[in-house]
Design a protein around this ligand. Structure first.
Ligand code: NOJ
Length: 742
């Protein structure tokens, strides 16, 4: 059917083009793919146009702007536009492409729909803290439903970069530090965006980014150099990209960084040898924003023209915003620096995306004002945003069960801090078409919660300046209250792109504000909003309770109030380690043992003089209002061979006073390998709801694949020997059994 339609489309073009001779012979070839028929009609300029992506003038997501995109659309010199959305606007641009260009090839509209389009969900790191894959997938689904109704075809998400350095601001955009969790989340997000069938009008192309190892930027400084071993690349940074492919992702974005001396955008090893040859990816590859041009600054090419040649030869199909293909590729072809086959292949990869979306059947199918009105910011989407926001909250401390607050009492609660009533900060970074005025703040959430508690509110100070003029009011209010809730953290611009920090404590005067409140002697609950792990040793020591909320999106305040008042029993777990101070960074749970592992009594072991080796909060950590007791770990066998699977079980009992959800985590440690292995590696997790007083048996099934790694010859293999298996509530789990592979 589809083939027939595009065939007719191609035929209809022939009637009104000047390229009649070439086209006729092209389309008479039997069994030719319709996209190839179309390709045969195209001039070199038109092909290069398809390989070009420009931003509209609606938004800026990078350093340079062009203002000629409409003229370029009309001239057939641009095949895709980003930062243009809404059904009406995309329709008007599409009309230019379809009606005013020689071949009428529809545009592809992309946008950074990262954690929602208009209904904003928690930032990606926050979503990952839910460890709830179905919910994460659903959030991406809703993002796609809204975005597609607003005319969009393509999201620049998911970001699947593993991030082990909290200084790096973009840690907020991914699933955290762990590859196993990262793989699972990558798959869930791709499936959510792309749905079951890309030709549906509510599914959009996903984009696995940034390929590759962008998160390993030296010193956590954005865009910085990456120099890592092939083993680390393949074991830690690449698997989530492969997981995205396995989930069907159709596009990839190259990263800004160089990798071991070669910028990713001109890196054949990444883009051809691994992506196309090893992984058999047959979708489309786009650059990041002007990253072809930036190779000149990197210093591996002499000028932009050379950069474009290298990018094309390395496997880049589409140039985002840099206009390098647009300006130079035709000349490069004439000079024999690139081949027409290379251009054809890239243009074909782009056209295939349009074809797969069904844009040749109906270029306007996504730009539908009625659907847009009905679906964007739909009530059901908001409801779901609240649920996911609840699930993303991580309870870090709850001394003497101070939380939840007694909502039926008439106690006075002073809510103090710069984030308590900041709507725009709740959006977090990359909030697409999210509106600050849609966001529910903590203040509003508490006011609307219908409790008997008496709330008062004071800002105290700003997030990030030296003004302390609000301290006096805050002090008075704190003295007068039975409880203090402190709403502290970062503003939304302090994480995300180009937002690295060398000091990851609380910015501005927030710590002083907390110290002042502490002096009142009143119970102090700290609610954190932030886009990265924060180093907060004083807060950890002195607060009575700590609630990590990341940036929770549109429904932030409702979800926070739900947790603080006990309407939702927190279940989130950290997807990333919280350091004690920035000097411990990078600190992650799956580190190596070293030859001199920590020994308190021995000076000459691997440690610091001034801070313990352990983190403030480990990966996987998160409390509940109830308590869970883990029974003894049992296995159905202690020795296994290649063809076996092995079952590991543990009984978990809810021993507290609330029904609750626990995320049970399984880690392995390979005791002796031909290359050293991490002290722990996550290999499974399961979420179980257990009623108070009840218990559940959780069983994990492990197979040979779970124990494989790159051996000393970089061969993916399992080596005979012993493995410790840990099952527990976070990555510091101590209970284990030992099994043997022979
Ligand atoms: C640059 C960012 O690195 C990337 O993640 C984003 O998708 C593009 N800009 C487009 O906005």
């Amino acid at each position: 059917m589809k083939n027939k339609l595009i065939f007719l489309f191609v035929l209809s073009i022939i009637g009104c083009t000047t390229a009649q001779k070439t086209t006729k012979s092209a389309i008479t070839i039997k069994n030719i793919h319709p996209v190839d028929s179309l390709l045969a009609l195209m001039t070199t300029e038109e092909k290069i146009g398809q390989m070009t992506l420009f931003t509209s003038d609606w938004e800026s997501t990078g350093p340079t702007m062009r203002d000629t995109y409409k003229a370029d659309i009309r001239a057939g010199k641009v095949g895709a536009i980003f930062n243009a959305h809404t059904a009406a606007y995309t329709r008007s641009l599409q009309k230019m492409a379809v009606e005013e260009t020689r071949l009428g090839i529809p545009l592809l509209f992309g946008y950074d729909v990262i954690h929602g389009y208009r209904t904003i969900f928690p930032i990606s790191l926050g979503e990952a803290a839910s460890w709830d894959l179905a919910a994460i997938q659903q959030a991406a689904r809703i993002g796609a439903i809204e975005a597609s109704a607003a005319g969009l075809h393509w999201t620049f998400a998911p970001m699947v970069d593993i991030a082990r350095d909290p200084r790096w601001g973009r840690i907020s955009e991914g699933a955290g530090e762990d590859t196993y969790l990262g793989n699972a989340v990558a798959g869930a997000r791709v499936k959510g965006f792309q749905g079951a069938n890309l030709t549906d009008n509510n599914t959009i192309l996903a984009c696995a980014k940034h390929f590759a190892a962008y998160g390993a930027a030296q010193a956590g400084r954005d865009y910085n150099t990456v120099d890592i071993s092939d083993r680390t690349l393949r074991e830690i940074y690449l698997p989530p990209f492969k997981a995205a492919i396995d989930a069907g992702v159709r596009t990839f974005m190259t990263s800004f960084n160089e990798l071991n001396g070669i910028p990713a955008t001109g890196n054949k090893y990444l883009l051809k040898d691994i992506l196309r040859d090893e992984w058999k990816f047959d979708g489309m590859v786009v650059t990041d924003y002007t990253s072809i041009n930036e190779m000149v600054e990197h210093g591996n090419v002499a000028n932009e023209k050379e950069a474009g040649e290298l990018a094309l030869k390395s496997g880049v199909d589409m140039d985002m915003q840099g206009a390098v293909y647009y300006k130079y590729l035709k000349k490069s072809l004439a000079e024999g620096k690139v081949t027409i086959q290379e251009i054809n292949q890239a243009a074909r990869n782009v056209l295939m995306m349009k074809y797969e979306l069904g844009l040749f059947d109906d270029p306007y199918k996504y730009s539908n004002v009625t659907r847009e009105k009905e679906l964007v910011f739909a009530e059901a989407h908001r409801k779901f945003a609240r649920r996911l926001a609840q699930k993303s909250i991580v309870l870090l401390k709850n001394k003497k069960g101070i939380l939840p607050l007694p909502q039926k009492s008439k106690k006075k609660v002073a809510v103090i801090g710069p984030l308590a009533d900041s709507q725009k900060d709740m959006l977090g970074s990359w909030s697409a078409s999210g509106h600050a005025e849609d966001c529910v703040t903590l203040k509003k959430g508490l006011q609307e919660a219908g409790s008997d508690l008496i709330f008062s509110f004071a800002k105290g100070c700003n997030i990030y300046d030296g003004d302390q003029s609000g301290f006096a009011e805050a002090k008075k209010m704190a003295n007068d209250a039975d409880y203090i809730i402190l709403s502290l953290g970062e503003n939304r611009g302090m994480s995300g792109e180009a937002a690295s920090r060398s000091n990851i404590g609380l910015p501005g005067h927030q710590l002083e504000l907390a110290k002042m409140c502490k002096k009142t002697g009143k119970p102090m609950i700290v609610v954190l909003s932030n886009g990265r792990p924060l180093a907060i040793p004083w807060i950890a020591e002195n607060a009575d309770a700590i609630v990590e909320t990341w940036f929770l999106g549109t429904e932030a305040g409702h979800a926070m109030a739900d947790v603080l008042l006990g309407k939702y029993n927190p279940s989130g777990k950290l997807p990333v380690t919280f350091p004690r101070n920035v000097g411990q960074v990078p600190i992650f749970y799956n580190a190596k043992h070293t030859g001199r592992p920590f020994d308190a009594k021995n000076k000459y072991t691997s440690k610091y003089l001034d801070v313990p080796n352990t983190p403030l909060y480990p990966f996987g950590y998160g409390l509940s209002y109830t308590s869970f007791d883990y029974g003894k770990i049992t296995t159905d066998k202690r020795r296994f061979t290649q063809s076996d699977s092995i079952n590991i079980s543990v009984i978990i009992k809810n021993t507290g006073d609330y029904d609750g959800t626990e995320t049970v985590q399984l880690y392995i440690h390979d005791l002796v390998g031909s290359v050293t292995r991490p002290v722990k590696e996550l290999k499974g997790f399961q979420q179980v709801k257990i009623k108070k007083g009840a218990y559940k048996t959780v069983t994990f099934t492990l197979t040979k694949e779970d124990f494989m790694f790159y051996d000393k010859n970089m061969k993916w293999t399992i080596e005979p020997g012993k493995f410790d298996i840990y099952v527990g509530t976070n990555s510091s789990a101590k209970d284990k059994v030992t099994i043997t592979y022979f």
